[in-house]
Every structure is written in structure tokens, then in C-alpha cells.
Design a protein around this ligand. Structure first.
Ligand code: ZN
Ligand code: ZN
Length: 233
């Protein structure tokens, strides 16, 4: 998807801020995305599990969540991580296309408003400091910051810390993923609070489990995990 790379972060977006950041279209643009590009983003098919947000056959809670409650209270995602959404997130994450923080946060805001989801504070899945230096920004933090403005909820930067570097979770077996993440996140300053954690993509849910567990150990009342994309298997 060369359009994304072409438009994102270029002078065009500053001189023509009302253009779609993906295709350059000028009409029907809201927060950098035209209606045609928005329509290409595939929502997670309903009904979804009330807890983990996975598509299920009938409304309610899925079998896995009923058998073993996740450490988070709710997980919700804007869309399936494929097609245009995947291209946008990829550019945002790896090609410095930070201009996409507004449309991505806008899509999250629409979904959270529609579902009536609120929290006392918004934070994000942290990167290890070495990764932060090499990439120069944390894509989840940029979205969380925009989202906090749209929702009028306090943004908190220091409630979750990643204290150890981890291997890439992709390609690891379930047991390896859990070992890879064990004790990696440490949280604080959340006692009695409803915390919303923002991430760009939820792949297996293992990171969400560990982050949420650390928030609960620190006394959080509720943890809502919100992402832009989600891999649906
Ligand atoms: Zn467009
Ligand atoms: Zn579930």
C-alpha cells in the first residue's frame, strides 16, 4: 500500500490538512480519513465476548472466559488487523507515520463512545527503554494521548513500566509466550481506579494478560484493554 507511505507525514498533510491521509481524497474527510477508506476497515464481527472481545456465536461470554477469567475486565478493538488497517498500523509503527495517531485515536473514540466505555485514566502498553530509543516513539502512547483528549480522561505515562526486554511474541508457543512475559510489567499509582490501557494491535492477548495482571496487583479496580487492530484466528 504505497498510498499510505506516500501521504503520511509528507508536506501534503500540512498544506492540505483536510485530505485523506491514505488516498488524498478531499471530500468526506474526518480526522484524516475519507469515508471510502473508513469503509475498508473491517470491524470485529459481532457478537463478541463481553470480556475478551473475540467473535462468538451468541451474545455473552465465551467458553474460555467462563472457564478461566482473564486478568482484564474487558477487551475491545476497532477492527480486524488486515487490509488497509494493517497497512496504516504498519506505517504508523515502523515508518514514522505518526500523523496517523489522530485518525486511529478517532476510530477508537467512536467505538468506545458507541459502547459507553469510560475509565478514570488512560495509559498504554510501554516499550522497553532500549526499544523506545531505537524507534524514537511509542505508537501506543501517541494514540493514548490523542484518545485521552477526545474522551476528556486523564492520560498517565508512568503507571506501567516494562522492566525487561522480551523476545518477539510472534512464532512462540503459548507456554513460551507466557514465560517470555512473566514479571516483565510492573505497575503503580492505580489503586481503586478504572484503567484503560491502549495498544495498537492485540495478537494473542498474552501481553494484555500480563499488563492487566500487573495493574490488578497494584490495586486497579477495573482494567479495560483497547486496541486499534486485532488478529482474529
Ligand atoms: Zn481515503
Ligand atoms: Zn471471552
Amino acid at each position: 500500500m504505497c498510498y499510505v507511505l506516500f501521504m503520511a507525514g509528507s508536506w501534503c498533510t500540512h498544506i492540505f490538512p483536510r485530505r485523506c491521509l491514505v488516498c488524498g481524497e478531499c471530500d468526506t474527510v474526518i480526522l484524516g480519513l475519507c469515508s471510502r477508506c473508513r469503509s475498508q476497515i473491517r470491524a470485529v464481527p459481532e457478537p463478541i465476548c463481553d470480556i475478551c472481545g473475540k467473535p462468538i456465536g451468541v451474545p455473552g461470554e465465551c467458553i474460555q472466559c467462563r472457564m478461566k477469567r482473564p486478568s482484564f475486565d474487558r477487551m475491545i478493538s476497532v477492527g480486524v488487523f488486515d487490509g488497509l488497517l494493517k497497512d496504516i498500523i504498519h506505517s504508523f509503527k515502523y515508518n514514522n507515520a505518526t500523523v496517523f495517531k489522530k485518525p486511529l485515536a478517532g476510530l477508537m473514540f467512536d467505538l468506545l463512545s458507541q459502547k459507553g466505555i469510560h475509565a478514570d485514566m488512560i495509559t498504554f502498553v510501554p516499550l522497553h527503554w532500549t526499544r523506545m530509543i531505537s524507534r524514537g516513539y511509542n505508537q501506543a502512547a501517541l494514540i493514548a494521548h490523542e484518545l485521552s483528549g477526545y474522551m476528556g480522561i486523564d492520560m498517565r505515562y508512568n503507571v506501567i513500566r516494562k522492566v525487561r526486554k522480551t523476545l518477539n511474541q510472534v512464532g512462540l508457543k503459548r507456554s513460551e509466550r507466557m514465560n517470555n512475559l512473566r514479571g516483565v510489567f510492573v505497575s503503580g499509582k492505580v489503586k481503586g481506579k478504572d484503567v484503560m490501557v491502549v495498544d495498537d494491535v492485540i495478537t494473542t492477548g498474552s501481553t494484555a494478560q500480563e499488563v492487566s495482571a500487573s495493574l490488578k496487583r497494584a490495586g486497579a479496580s477495573n482494567v479495560i484493554f483497547a486496541s486499534v487492530g486485532r488478529i482474529i484466528r
